[in-house]
Design a protein around this ligand. Structure first.
Ligand SMILES: [Zn+2]
Length: 63
């Protein structure tokens, strides 16, 4: 059975708004370009990533 490990495919910095997507070819994060503008955010930001997608590192016990 082919089990694929689900990885986060995109992430956004909660502090400066930088957006990146994962590139399988390069094996690194790429900056998202929207309307010809690269969503680089603040180059001096430490980046607080809000990982979106199927990958959830924290499980909430909200029962
Ligand atoms: Zn940032």
């Amino acid at each position: 059975m082919d089990t694929r490990i689900r990885k986060p495919r995109s992430r956004t910095c909660e502090l400066c708004g930088r957006q990146e997507v994962w590139s399988d070819e390069k094996g690194t994060w790429k900056i998202v370009t929207e309307d010809g503008e690269r969503q680089v955010g603040d180059p001096h930001c430490l980046h607080e990533w809000d990982i979106t997608g199927a990958f959830t590192p924290i499980e909430t016990t909200d029962a």
